[in-house]
Design a protein around this ligand. Sequence first.
Ligand SMILES: Cc1ncc(COP(=O)(O)O)c(C=O)c1O
Ligand SMILES: N[C@H](C=O)CCC(=O)O
Length: 431
Amino acid sequence: MTASRRPKSDALFDAAQKIVPGGVNSPVRAWKAVGGTPVHAHSGAGCWLTDVDGNRYVDLVMSYGPLILGHAPARTTAAIVEAAAGGTTFGAPTERELRLAERIVEYVPGVDRVRLVNSGTEATMSALRLARAATGRDAFLKFNGCYHGHGDSFLVKAGSGALTLGEPDSPGVPKALAELTLVAEYNDTDEVRRVFAEHGDRLAAVFVEPIAGNMGTVNPAPGFLEALRELCDAHGVVLVFDEVMTGFRVARGGAIERLGVVPDLVTLGKVIGGGLPIGAYAGKDELMRQIAPLGKVYQAGTLSGNPLATAAGLATLEALEDRGAYECLEDAGAFVQAGLEDAARAAGVPLFVGRCGSMICPYFAAEPVTRFDDVMASDRERWVRFFHVMLDEGVLLPPSPFEAWFLSTAHDTEALEHIVRAGAKALQSVA
Ligand SMILES: Cc1ncc(COP(=O)(O)O)c(C=O)c1O
Ligand SMILES: N[C@H](C=O)CCC(=O)O
């Protein structure tokens, strides 16, 4: 028997499993889809993650998206330290909350007002409540394989960890509530038209990940988002873009800027907190003014607008104002995509690489992956073998074929070449 390369991770995981469900605080971290012991992180610097056993990896998990500048960027760390020294929470408004909200209003098209919360889940739950209140309707439409956090109404045909575990519909969600969640296929405009023809007048909202990042990386088909906009307008339905993952990542103004379709509400998280817990929902004045205390739709939070999270978020958004940040992210994504595609051709392995900017996901599939069925039809067993070779080669991937890989501005040429070299070796070995 060969000795484990990660004895400390093994020991920590054994101990954690005795007192923490599955040994983890978020299911996708448990490596159920790939097998083995999850790498336990010790520290991160730039694009590198060092585990508790001292192994180093080029990190492509990047905390599932928030770390757009890499681990522990100096400016963000300094901002967090400074904020912490001045008090970690007040229960009173602070200037940083305003400054962060101003940036969101400035950069995200269609946003007049912003409410900060503590996670993406809170953002989507609150946006749904607002849409229901504004329309006086209860049902809403989401898409198969999209993930909008773990609020009850959204755990129906959900992506991400729920899909990884094969449980896209969670027990514990009241049947009466789940019945209000209608589901259509992402990128199937005809099906959406049929749903609207039958149910359009009882829908409060359509929730969509404009670029689906919780079943890998699936771009919207031409006209799909435009059709959602048109149908929502025709039926008085609130269109919500869930940009928790894509906001300030695929462009400064997120998918809205990149794709040019403006929703009524947008949910944000991840990047806007610079690696600390945050979320936000935002949108048109006529909707957002219905939130308490301006309006009657209640939503609150002891730690909302937290000084550390807003300091980290502001420092991150400021760094992203540096010229060239988004070009750098785009180039990094294109480099990895081209490298993997070339290597797959050389290895004779069918590979389709889904990508939007610095979000990327290779599927073992001969045809383009544009829908949930294509994702499920890809060769996931081969993907698992690929994952383990990448790990042995010092590249840490998200432990699921349904999670996007995230690049950051800290992924330099050395790291990008390392990823492509490891990818070529892994593709040869799964050929
Ligand atoms: C698109 C999307 N929406 C919502 C969420 C929920 O965010 P959080 O995990 O911060 O609750 C996530 C990620 O988890 C996400 O990717
Ligand atoms: N895909 C999820 C969010 O984007 C992964 C994060 C998690 O649920 O732990």
